[in-house]
Design a protein around this ligand. Structure first.
Ligand code: AMP
Length: 122
């Protein structure tokens, strides 16, 4: 998948459309999902133009990778789900049902989340 600079998250990063920001640093932006699936549903994105986890892991600097991981953990703590538990998930590509072609980590929490994938889905 190639990076489309007009994807919705690129436009949020450029300030062309608003977001409900929860965290920002030099390498990372995090904001509430516009269509939350759980009481806590935040998207944590690198600021760089990376489309997928494999793209990011191959091309991003150590500082960018560390920032993305550290930010996700900090947001879990700051939003109060570290004790109760939460889920981080990144949808990649067609089989992964990725809708926005800018790498993002979903952070879900605030209620029991159930199994990750139903056994019948195997
Ligand atoms: P994915 O299937 O992992 O690509 O999910 C993309 C996510 O982006 C979905 O959960 C959408 O609700 C969310 N989303 C799409 N547009 C926006 C937006 N403008 N602000 C915040 N979240 C968005």
């Amino acid at each position: 998948m190639t990076y489309d600079p007009n994807n919705i998250f690129a436009r949020i990063l450029r300030g062309e459309i608003p977001c409900k920001k929860v965290y920002e640093d030099a390498h990372v932006l995090a904001f509430h999902d516009i269509n939350p699936q759980t009481p806590v549903h935040v998207l944590v994105i690198p600021k760089g133009a990376y489309v997928s986890f494999d793209d990011f892991s191959a091309k991003a600097s150590d500082a960018e990778i560390a920032a993305w991981i550290r930010a996700t953990g900090k947001i879990a703590r700051d939003l109060g789900v570290a004790e109760s538990g939460y889920r981080v998930l990144s949808n990649i590509g067609s089989d992964g049902h990725q809708e926005v072609p800018h790498l993002h980590m979903h952070l879900f929490g605030g209620k029991p989340l159930g199994r990750m994938i139903k056994p019948a889905d195997k």
